[in-house]
Ligand binder design. Structure first.
Ligand code: 13P
Length: 250
């Protein structure tokens, strides 16, 4: 049975008390299923609250939304992989489009963060995706290939197999515009081909998630599309009932 991944990116929402209440509401309703993994990416200040709230649920996993590539030192405002791991994180988002486009994160920085994540024992979810201008110029595949290669090509294939990739077209994030399942699949197939080019046959095992305005109404059709192994959800993951419906759907 294939394992589906449902990842909640709370972005800059949910203070510790709200995160605790959310996790309680979710765990009251959601019963463990062998065919799916559920990941939470709360803001760093709320991560410990989520870790505590989920300590009896080994089927529910927690991560941070970003790390610095250095392990420690004078980097005011930053969180390192080892610090996040020590606080209970087992995952990290790398190269989210908001990091790339709002904070100027470069391909070189995503590469450094990927190696730092592996060094710290965190599973990186590398986010890739094109802007609307790039899509309209026919550059979608070239953009995601460049982002994948820049971030992953330096990592040994056996290590890479524990990574996750998320395709998030920038024009679909927070806009209510979703890629059609066919659009998503076309890019996921190209991502799969690139992962095989980078990691050989081991590249076939890396899960590829879709993200961008996923909600309870469109999630099933996206998950049914070829090469979509899960979803990375922003806005619709902030409501415990909707998140439960997304994760618990058949
Ligand atoms: P939305 O689901 O709000 O469009 O956000 C997607 C996203 O960026 C998840 O990382």
């Amino acid at each position: 049975m294939p394992t589906l991944i449902f990842a909640a990116n709370w972005k800059m929402n949910q203070a510790p008390a709200a995160a605790t209440a959310f996790v309680r509401a979710f765990t009251d309703q959601y019963v463990r299923r062998q065919d799916r993994r559920v990941l939470f990416f709360p803001p760093a200040v709320s991560m410990y609250a989520v870790v505590q709230g989920l300590r009896d649920r080994s089927d529910l996993e927690v991560g941070v939304q970003n790390i610095h590539w250095e392990d420690q030192g004078a980097f005011t405002g930053e969180t390192s992989g080892p610090l996040a791991h020590a606080a209970g994180a087992r995952h990290v988002l790398v190269g989210h489009s908001e990091r790339r486009h709002l904070f100027g994160e470069t391909d070189e920085e995503t590469a450094k963060k990927i190696s730092s994540a592996f060094r710290a024992g965190l599973t990186p979810t590398l986010c890739v995706g094109e802007t609307l201008t790039q899509r309209e110029a026919g550059e979608t595949i070239a953009v995601v290939q460049r982002q994948l290669r820049a971030a992953l090509a330096g990592v040994a294939a056996p290590i890479l197999t524990s990574a996750i990739v998320a395709y998030e077209p920038v024009w679909a994030i927070g806009t209510g515009r979703t890629a059609t399942p066919a659009d998503a699949s076309e890019v996921h197939l190209a991502i799969r081909a690139e992962l095989r080019a980078i990691a050989g046959e081991l590249g076939a095992a890396i899960p590829i998630l879709y993200g961008g305005s996923v909600n309870r109404s469109n999630v099933q059709s996206l998950l049914a599309a070829p090469e979509v192994q899960g979803v990375l959800v922003g806005g619709a993951s902030l409501d415990a009932e909707q998140w439960c419906a997304i994760v618990g759907g058949s």
